[in-house]
Design a protein around this ligand. Sequence first.
Ligand SMILES: Cc1cc2nc3c(=O)[nH]c(=O)nc-3n(C[C@H](O)[C@H](O)[C@H](O)COP(=O)(O)OP(=O)(O)OC[C@H]3O[C@@H](n4cnc5c(N)ncnc54)[C@H](O)[C@@H]3O)c2cc1C
Length: 473
Amino acid sequence: MSRAPSSVDVLVIGGGPAGTATAFRAAQLGHTVCLVENGSGFWGRGFAQSLPPSVMPMLDVLGVRAELETEFTRSPGVTVLWGGDRPKRREFEEASGFQIERGAFDQMLCEAAARTGTIVLKPANVVDVRRSPAAATPWLAEIEADGERFGLRASIVVDAAGRRGKIPAVRTLRVPPLLCILGEWAACDLGTGSVVEAAPNAWYWACVPRGRPATVAVFFDPRSGLSADRVSLASAYNRLIGASRLLGDKLPGSPVRVAACDASSRFVQKPLDQNLIRVGESALTLDPLSSQGIQTSLASGLQAAIVANTWLRRPTCAMAADVFYRERHEERVRRSQINSSKFYGEAAERFGTPFWLQRCLVKETSEMPEQRPPSLVPDPLVRLRLGSGVGISRTAVVRGDFAEYVHAIVPVNSGRAVAFHDGVPVGDLASRLMPGTRALDVVQAWSGVLGEAAALRTLAWMWQTGIVVADIA
Ligand SMILES: Cc1cc2nc3c(=O)[nH]c(=O)nc-3n(C[C@H](O)[C@H](O)[C@H](O)COP(=O)(O)OP(=O)(O)OC[C@H]3O[C@@H](n4cnc5c(N)ncnc54)[C@H](O)[C@@H]3O)c2cc1C
């Protein structure tokens, strides 16, 4: 285990996906970073999880994709019994994700963070952490490692300690609580890939990595009495799994081990505080149904590193960094609600039970205006203006390794401001569009900056989405 200095720029509490991603990127940007992991996390004990294909770009950023390819199996497909009464099998071809063993995955990420210069203390525990606003280096943490306690000062603390966090915060429950009991099965005949099944008052998930034990989980409302089997957790688990149509008769004997964990979705209102950034599940716990938890935690970690970099090196842009991170957090909360309520809705329609009905209260909202364009591109002579209700605002984005403010388009009925589209600064272009300018002249002006092909593509996109319309006044 590395030795810690007395003071660092960034202290990261927790070495799960969120903490390791933050530490990796912050150290890569040249900051002194200490990551502390105490080994108490649920996932350090193993169990399999799945990673969706969309996680790949992040694995590339972290430089672990090749290692992952060697260590873990690709997910060959998924068997789903959800909205309909018959199971469906979907085989993945090229776009498949991974099935990972979580302890090994987290270790891989920790090693990647160490390679960028992060001081990794593992196993070590952050016993206490306090902020003194008057001090030049405001945070003082008390760390326990190898039976000794020592102090470590930090300019910024990143709370990556998982769903309970290390630094107290109010966590709002999004939908009724969810409890999960997981079992690990050494030998079973479930094929390969994942299995997802909805039942009237519960749902099941199995991850079956090739050549490794399968993880089979059941999720239910802890208040429902479904686990009211006083004998043992294992017998409650066996009874619940026995009721599964896809898994019930395919799991002979007993699981090697059984464990229970809280799987409820919660979020904090304030992902940032003074010199403090909450990342991963410490800020937002997703419904496990999404299988997006790790990816979302990695993303929030990488974004938190940009916030830390901006706070430390470009304090004049600190407010842009705050807005950027808060907006990404709110967006994650909103998106995850929309995504899971879609699945809940399908199960609610099929079973009509309170378990599902209570979970699908959030309705989908449209991201972009519904205006349909008259044609794919405007006539070259048509005069243009911004569409009704389309506004231009300032929004915080990441450019290079810093956050900053730029112009953004705010489409009708959409909370999401768009500053860039396909790498083009569309907010900036739209902010300079003079009402009544002919499409021809717009393309000509933009071509000088973007080249003709990109200028045409950008105008076509704005036209099709109703961001620009014909100025017929
Ligand atoms: C049943 C279930 C199944 C899931 N399946 C999937 C799946 O298939 N795919 C997916 O993408 N997501 C899945 N998720 C979600 C996923 O597990 C989380 O999104 C992910 O673990 C969050 O990462 P994190 O780094 O924020 O927190 P964690 O993984 O919880 O890491 C926090 C770390 O902080 C450490 N720590 C805590 N306190 C301290 C302290 N005081 N000092 C030092 N260290 C400390 C802990 O030991 C832990 O390692 C599932 C979740 C559940 C509940």
